[in-house]
Write a protein that binds this ligand. Structure first.
Ligand SMILES: *Cc1c(COP(=O)(O)O)cnc(C)c1O
Length: 227
């Protein structure tokens, strides 16, 4: 299967579940610039990168070919200044400190950075993501922070052994998304619910995701042994 065929297959699988528009973000980590360009040419809506250094290197090679660029990995505070203003959306903001630092940098550059708040929906302490109970506080903080605009929520549930294993987390996320869409904060518009990866994007879409982040189902399995 080529990258183009894989992208088509993902689109068809999504269309079989919903008529709603769903943003297909290619999770491009560990894939070289030419393969990323192939995915962009095949019509993915955006590229999502996990590491700031890899993003900057591949961007310099023209990997994203003008496609919208998202950051989807764990963001270290010392990398914030390199990232703000370079990406259309930072999907993985999970602390008050990141909200403040991103806002400060964006304001200094005279721009507004769009972000999603990443939620640790399964409550795994070792993983990134803010606890669901922290969400109200983060939204209120974003509301009073210049330079940042929250566009929705994101989650990376645990790797599930069985098909359907993450459904309850998707349901919880949708509820959180709906509950907080009804509250009114400045600088917050709940437009995007980003959940679902190669193994479970159709389930996520069925539960309301309108952004999916798909890597191996587009590019094939990642080779962690290389480089
Ligand atoms: C790698 C990655 C994905 C895509 O994973 P696949 O299982 O290969 O589709 C999605 N989201 C994040 C945050 C990732 O790091």
């Amino acid at each position: 299967m080529t990258i183009r065929e894989n992208v088509l297959r993902v689109r068809e699988a999504v269309a079989a579940v919903t008529d709603r528009p769903v943003l297909l973000v290619a999770a491009t980590k560990m894939n070289a610039a030419d393969r990323v360009r192939e995915a962009v040419a095949a019509g993915v809506d955006a590229c999502g990168e996990n590491r700031v250094q890899e993003l900057l290197e591949k961007d310099a090679l023209g990997a994203y070919a003008g496609a919208p660029l998202h950051f989807i990995g764990h963001l270290q505070t010392n990398k914030v200044n390199k990232l703000v203003g370079r990406v259309d959306l930072i999907q993985s903001v999970d602390s008050a400190e990141l909200v403040r630092l991103i806002g400060r940098r964006a304001a200094a550059l005279g721009l507004t950075q769009d972000v999603l708040l990443e939620i640790s929906i399964a409550g795994e302490a070792q993983k990134s993501g803010a606890a669901p109970e922290m969400l109200g506080e983060l939204l209120a903080l974003a509301g009073e922070t210049a330079g940042i605009r929250v566009r929705g929520l994101m989650c990376v549930p645990p790797i599930s052994e069985k098909i359907g294993g993450n459904q309850r987390y998707f349901v919880k996320m949708r509820q959180l998304f709906i509950d907080n869409s009804e509250k009114k904060y400045d600088n917050v518009s709940m437009d995007f619910l980003s959940m679902g990866m190669s193994d479970d994007y159709t389930e996520a879409v069925a539960e309301g995701a309108n952004v999916i982040r798909v890597g191996s189902a587009i590019f094939g399995a990642r080779d962690y042994g290389r480089g």
